[in-house]
Write a protein that binds this ligand. Structure first.
Ligand SMILES: Cc1ncc(COP(=O)(O)O)c(C=O)c1O
Length: 375
């Protein structure tokens, strides 16, 4: 029973452009025809690469070459591939935010990486702490393979790193000669205020690698993401790719869909997600302000809700399950699996009605999980 699904970062199902995508797929199949008898190769469908270069270039205000973009099976393939290509073996160090995307934690740990965490504040990764971490690694003779960062609409906290801190991060990374992998898969899920520049737009060296996705603007089912990297890095990463490339059919369909209506689509879906975010924040303000604090994201799909340590996390998850509420336990996002007193609420997928009903119930569960158990 999942009545209130606040579990994972998915888009609004009601605004999925089913008919438009069906029409686009039909055009794409005819455009591709017998091209589908070949393997797509490491770079992928030219039309979608050009469109994603335009997407990046328009958002960031810098020139982006389609030749520097390789399509991937979701951004997760890029997240994994960069580590496979840049790591030499188990025990290699990757520096990340202390709280980061659980999928990345799992993938990097499975590759044998040692994750070294940097604390965050409401402006993302703390660069003073990053400098300390890199200095201490250097003293130990350890050169991290790269810094993996979610600078924009951070998962799970929703924070956005301001431009000045981004510049400082890049300066520190250069000083310690460390590559930066920027995962910006929520980059266009933006609700209000100015958008902060991507790291790659502030630094034109090959040492910043960038990951984008269509999962958060269309749906993860299409499995389309991309890696943007400048030579020689792109070739170095793609040398480790052995999958024959990703679906030309999916890529061509999305290219046809979005070549006419990318920005219009984003305006429509972001307006819906903003409404949902507002409903979550209102529900929390009305029902949880005495016990919890939470982030107010200006983009992305998550609110990070923190509560006192006295709230029993096991009990909270059990109470949520009884009521059909799915949320992500904070522990899953901590690189050392510390049981942090927090949960991540994803607001993209649940309906407005489910949010309006479910957030007060969630607040009730948090209150109950704090109360002493009567025996
Ligand atoms: C930060 C981050 N990176 C990567 C992914 C993977 O997304 P996909 O492979 O669907 O593009 C996610 C999914 O939630 C995510 O939150």
């Amino acid at each position: 029973m999942q009545l209130y699904d606040f579990g994972s970062g998915r888009t609004d199902p009601g605004s999925f452009p089913t008919e438009a995508l069906a029409a686009a797929a039909s055009v794409a199949v005819r455009e591709l025809g017998a091209e589908l008898v070949r393997y797509p190769g490491d770079m992928g469908h030219q039309g979608l690469r050009e469109l994603m270069a335009m997407r990046e270039s328009k958002r960031e205000g810098v020139a982006v070459a389609a030749d520097h973009i390789a399509l991937m099976n979701g951004s997760m393939q890029a997240v994994t591939l960069v580590a496979e290509a840049l790591m030499e073996g188990p025990g290699d160090v990757i520096v990340t935010e202390e709280l980061t995307y659980s999928g990345t934690i799992a993938a990097y740990k499975r590759l044998g990486a040692e994750l070294v965490g940097v604390p965050l504040d409401e402006q993302g990764m703390r660069v003073d702490a990053l400098a300390d971490v890199l200095a201490s690694l250097r003293r130990r003779g350890v050169r991290p393979r790269f810094i993996y960062t979610l600078a924009t609409y951070q998962n799970p906290t929703g924070s956005v790193m301001p431009r000045q801190r981004r510049l400082e991060l890049l300066e520190v990374a250069h000083y310690y000669e460390t590559l930066v992998v920027e995962d910006n898969c929520y980059g266009d899920v933006h609700f209000e205020g100015p958008q902060e520049p991507a790291l790659y737009a502030l630094d034109d060296s090959p040492s910043v690698l960038y990951i984008g996705s269509l999962s958060k603007i269309l749906g993860p089912g299409v499995r389309l993401g991309y890696l943007l990297a400048r030579p020689p890095m792109l070739g170095r990463i793609l040398d480790r790719r052995y999958d024959g490339g990703n679906s030309l059919l999916a890529a061509a369909s999305c290219a046809v869909l979005f070549r006419e209506r990318l920005w219009q689509h984003l305006a429509e879906t972001n307006a819906i997600l903003k409404q949902k975010r507002d409903a979550v924040l209102a529900g929390l303000a009305q029902n949880a302000a005495d016990l919890c604090t939470w982030s107010r994201p200006v983009g992305g799909m998550f609110t990070w809700i923190e509560f006192p340590d006295a709230v029993d996390r096991n009990r909270l998850m059990a109470l949520c399950a009884e009521r059909g509420i799915v949320v992500a336990r904070g522990q899953g996002f901590h690189i050392q699996r510390e049981d942090v007193p927090a949960i991540r609420l994803a607001f993209g997928f649940a309906s407005l009605a489910a949010i309006r009903e479910g957030v007060p119930l969630l607040a009730e569960c948090i209150h109950q999980a704090r109360a002493p158990v009567m025996v």
